[in-house]
Design a protein around this ligand. Sequence first.
Ligand code: E4P
Length: 217
Amino acid sequence: MKFFIDTANLDQIKKAQDLGILDGVTTNPSLMAKEGISGQNNILRHYEKICNLVEGDVSAEVISVDYKGILDEGKTLSKLHPQIVVKVPMITEGIKSIKYFSNNGIKTNCTLVFSSGQALLAAKAGATYVSPFIGRLDDISQDGILLIEEIRHIFDNYAFETEILAASIRNPMHIINCAKAGADIITAPLNAILSLANHPLTDIGLAKFLDDYKNTN
Ligand code: E4P
């Protein structure tokens, strides 16, 4: 299972990278805006900085919603750095664009996926990654993990190579349940990833070991 970090914050990306468990980065226009990155040039420079911090794939999202616009943006992004994956929204123009990119050796991440039908279309078009947003489904009382299980089942039935990149992860239980459901990758904020390491019995046990060592040395 691969771990991506879902942020455009360079410090957090560096912290995750330093842990030694990071396989890639996902960003989106909202995450870029949160870091105060605006203007096409600044946005492109920021993607380069992220690519230079990590070794894995870095998803960079297009903001066009028409075929030509998506292709133009995607080509610019993919030429920026070999680690860039073009993130394309799940709309009909997006599906056509994913097919074009796939035919031309450009990696894609189909984003804003909320149903297994959408995931199936993205896989048919040749997406490298498909991103089901499980937290946003949970927010409206739909089972996000069930969607991961359904997509896993469908992709396995036909040996689709598209990887399931579980997105919109809010907490460590989402990560564990995605692992149980067979997601290939999770993308999560740093705090959700770090929370996996926490257990009160670990803290109590470590304090006791250190105390016992101190009392006898
Ligand atoms: C996916 O790639 C998105 O960047 C992200 O996971 C969305 O998460 P959110 O629902 O917490 O905004």
